[in-house]
Design a protein around this ligand. Structure first.
Ligand SMILES: Nc1ncnc2c1ncn2[C@@H]1O[C@H](COP(=O)(O)OP(=O)(O)OP(=O)(O)O)[C@@H](O)[C@H]1O
Ligand SMILES: [Mg+2]
Length: 298
């Protein structure tokens, strides 16, 4: 059964995002819970995908560890047995899908990095020859790789609104020069390290989204989820061929289904069983390829 909403009455719920429920543990600490809610085009679907929250959490943990030498991250502990008693009480709901994290000030910028041109970037390029208003060479083919990874930030929209792509030069106006520079540099470094690792496992990370936060002393941290099939596009390198769209082991599968039924991008619907099943199969496949282990927690 999908966990659509966590219910932990002895914990203080701060907010429910599209996918995650955040609980306050103390002034500096949050419980970060990935439910099985599924959103696409910023609409939360009526049904969830059983196990998805656990898979996203455990895949993020893999990447947080792998990328830890580039930047500190928000994790305090991933071990359920080390979490406060009041959390352990809800083991049945929460185990494997929650992290104890530092409560940080999250920058209102989604740091998107693209290695390959697809999705909204391909649509903008076809229309205007640009991505995020950055002019690109002529003659790029769909799904072609960029010479250098491209940082294409967007604003982080309030609930019910859509994120808006912005030119990288606009980021300093929102978060100041220093953090804007740090975030653009570190995002490309994180993506590049992950991309090389994934390629060694036969996987292309076409693009991804990072989020960053800072603590009271100003230190920058990697937060949220990292390089999951909800936040990234993964292609098999053995099937890759530029000049067309690619088979994707990630949320693109759901977006493609919704586009095929003329989804209005506003009204929540129930995803059919076969779409739910095929989505989790893809998520499991990418988890196995990237981490080299079987998701025994499911
Ligand atoms: N360490 C942290 N401290 C405080 N807030 C955090 C931290 N890490 C992540 N967040 C925030 O927690 C929320 C997680 O919720 P969720 O993943 O449901 O995302 P969302 O922003 O509603 O939408 P989307 O599904 O498009 O990412 C996000 O707003 C994210 O910025
Ligand atoms: Mg999110």
């Amino acid at each position: 059964m999908a966990l659509l909403k966590s219910s932990c009455p002895d914990l203080e719920l701060i907010t429910r995002g599209k996918v995650r429920d955040l609980y306050r543990i103390d002034d500096n600490t949050l419980l970060f819970v990935a439910t099985d809610r599924t959103s696409a085009f910023d609409v939360i679907m009526k049904n969830g995908i059983p196990g998805k929250g656990k898979l996203l959490t455990q895949m993020s943990v893999f990447w947080f560890n792998y990328l830890g030498d580039i930047l500190p991250n928000h994790i305090i502990t991933t071990e359920f047995d080390q979490m406060p008693e009041k959390v352990q009480k809800y083991r049945d709901q929460l185990e494997y899908r929650c992290l104890l994290v530092k409560n940080l000030k999250v920058f209102p910028v989604e740091a998107i990095v693209r290695g390959y041109i697809t999705g909204s970037a391909w649509s903008e390029y076809k229309k205007k020859g640009t991505v995020c208003d950055i002019t690109l060479p002529e003659g790029l083919k769909e799904s072609q790789n960029f010479e250098k990874a491209l940082y294409t930030p967007s604003t982080k929209a309030e609930i019910g609104q859509h994120d808006e792509n912005i030119h990288p030069s606009k980021v300093p106006e929102i978060i100041g020069d220093e953090y804007a520079n740090q975030i653009s540099d570190v995002s490309v470094k994180l993506y590049t390290k992950a991309k090389e690792y994934a390629l060694s496992k036969g996987v292309i990370i076409a693009d991804t989204k990072f989020e960053f936060g800072r603590d009271d002393t100003g230190i920058l941290y990697l937060v949220d989820e990292v390089l999951t099939p909800d936040s990234s596009r993964f292609w098999l390198s053995s099937n890759y061929e530029a000049g067309k769209s690619q088979e994707s082991l990630d949320k693109q599968y759901i977006r493609n289904y919704l586009l095929s039924i003329d989804f209005d991008k506003k009204t929540s619907i129930e995803l059919p069983n076969n779409v739910v099943t095929k989505t989790i199969e893809r998520y499991i496949e990418i988890y196995k390829l990237i981490t080299g282990s079987i998701p025994i927690f499911l």
